[in-house]
Each structure stands twice: as structure tokens, then as C-alpha cells.
Design a protein around this ligand. Structure first.
Ligand code: UDP
Length: 246
């Protein structure tokens, strides 16, 4: 998938990333709507950079995305460290709102796939109320049972969405997008991780003290110790960037 023409793509730890601001994304997405093929939007966090070093599934996300945004504080710091600063994070949670606004303005249709049963539908309902005119044509959870990815993709394709959001964790969600792009034929497709959990109100933000100290990740790790592996990669990312720029 080709990169977006209007954005500067740079290299961080030998992997591509785009110098994009949240404000600039709506215009880029609008250009994707009128171009050929499916454009994968990849929101890259520190963990993705570390994992891509020896996991070809993560490497494929970087290689095949049309837009790669700095999802967390790690890549934002890394870009500043190599002299290519960006305005701030461009996260999946925020991009979901940008795409709902775009849908309301242009009539582009959306499909929400992923998270536990009921969560994507609840997120769709709340976002439709927040962005009147936003066209969410369907949703389903991310636990397929005996259905194959292709069967789920065929269900989604029958609704012909222009924008597909997939919340099944990284890199599973991005690989689903790449492997079913020829069936679903959405113009924009993005992996959104835990975004439906946030937009549905299922997951509350961290207590104020964690927000103030900018350690919301610490709160989420306490609630979900499965995230510990990702947290372990934070110092690794920091040292890799420091070593690479010596
Ligand atoms: N999930 C899913 N199907 C699966 C595994 C996970 O739908 O087979 C959902 C899970 O319910 C959660 C989201 O994927 O809503 C994963 O969120 P997480 O924050 O772990 O993703 P990350 O952004 O960290 O990759």
C-alpha cells in the first residue's frame, strides 16, 4: 500500500513513521476516500517498534501501511530525539473521532469490528450521538467462534463500508485488515486496539493523579497485568533509540 503523498515519512529505528499532526489527519483521510484500494492506517506505539525487530507480523504493518502515526509518548519522544519533532500523539482513540467527523461531513459509511460482545455497538451508539450524521452501518464483536476471517469479511463486505475500524489487539487487527482487504474493499481501514472500550464507556480513564503524572499506562497495567509484556518494552525502546543515535 503506498504512503500518503502529503506527509513527510522518516525513519525511526530503521522503521517508517509519518510526521503527522492530529489536526492534519482529516484532510489525509479525505484524500484516501477518493483514491484506489484500501489504505491501512497504523498507529505505532513503542511496543510495535521493539516487536518489529524480530517479529515479521509487526514489520509487515510498518511496510504496508499508507499512514503510520506516533500513537504514544515513546515515538513522540523518539522523533524529537532524532531531530524530527511532531506536535504530539496521534492515537487510535482520537482518530476514531476524526473519522466519525469525516463520516458525518462526507457521508462515508463506517463499520466497527472487535472487542467483547456489545462493546462495538455501544461505542457506535455513543459516537453517533456525539457526531450527528455519522453513518455507522454495522458492528460485530471480535470473537469469531467457528467463523473464519474470510466469512466475517464477507458479512462486512455485504454492507460496503468505506471505513473499517478493527479492535482486536495489535498485530492481529492489522493482519485481519491486510488479509481481507480484497474482500471488504474499504477505502480506509485502521486497527484501534482498546478504543471501543473507551468510546463505549466500558473502560474509564485513569484516576486524576495518574493522568497528572502522565502514567495512565501504569493504571491500565495494574488493571490488566497481561499488558506487562508491553510495559517491559518501554525502557527497551528508550535504550534502542539512544543507542541508534550515538
Ligand atoms: N479483542 C478481540 N478479539 C480477540 C482479542 C482481543 O476483539 O481475539 C479485543 C479486546 O476485547 C479489546 C481489544 O481487542 O477490546 C484489545 O485491546 P488492547 O488495548 O489490548 O489492544 P492494543 O491497542 O494494546 O493492541
Amino acid at each position: 500500500m503506498p504512503q500518503s503523498p502529503s506527509v513527510e515519512r522518516v525513519s525511526l529505528l530503521g522503521l517508517p513513521i509519518d510526521r503527522v499532526s492530529l489536526e492534519g489527519t482529516e484532510e489525509i483521510f479525505e484524500s484516501f476516500l477518493s483514491s484506489e484500494g484500501t489504505k491501512l492506517v497504523f498507529t505505532a506505539d513503542s511496543n510495535a517498534f521493539v516487536c518489529a525487530k524480530d517479529d515479521p507480523r509487526y514489520k509487515r504493518c510498518f511496510d504496508e501501511a499508507a499512514l503510520i502515526t506516533p500513537d504514544s509518548a515513546g515515538p513522540v519522544w523518539g522523533l524529537a530525539h532524532i531531530g524530527k519533532p511532531v506536535d504530539g500523539r496521534v492515537s487510535g482513540v482520537d482518530l476514531v473521532e476524526v473519522l466519525c467527523r469525516l463520516s458525518a461531513r462526507t457521508g462515508a459509511t463506517m463499520f466497527f469490528l472487535g472487542s467483547a460482545p456489545g462493546v462495538a455497538a455501544a461505542a457506535a451508539e455513543r459516537l453517533s450521538a456525539k457526531y450527528p450524521g455519522c453513518k455507522i452501518v454495522g458492528s460485530r464483536d471480535g470473537y469469531f467462534g467457528s467463523l473464519t476471517d474470510q466469512e466475517v469479511a464477507n458479512e462486512i463486505a455485504s454492507l460496503q463500508p468505506d471505513i473499517l475500524l478493527v479492535a482486536m489487539g495489535m498485530p492481529r487487527q492489522e493482519l485481519f485488515i491486510l488479509d481481507t482487504a480484497d474482500i471488504i474493499k474499504a477505502k480506509i481501514a485502521m486497527g484501534v486496539g482498546g478504543s471501543f472500550d473507551v468510546h463505549s464507556g466500558t473502560v474509564k480513564r485513569a484516576p486524576k493523579v495518574f493522568q497528572k503524572l502522565k502514567v495512565e499506562w501504569l493504571w491500565r497495567t495494574i488493571l490488566n497485568p497481561k499488558k506487562l509484556d508491553k510495559v517491559k518494552n518501554l525502557p527497551k525502546f528508550y535504550f534502542m533509540v539512544r543507542r541508534a543515535s550515538k
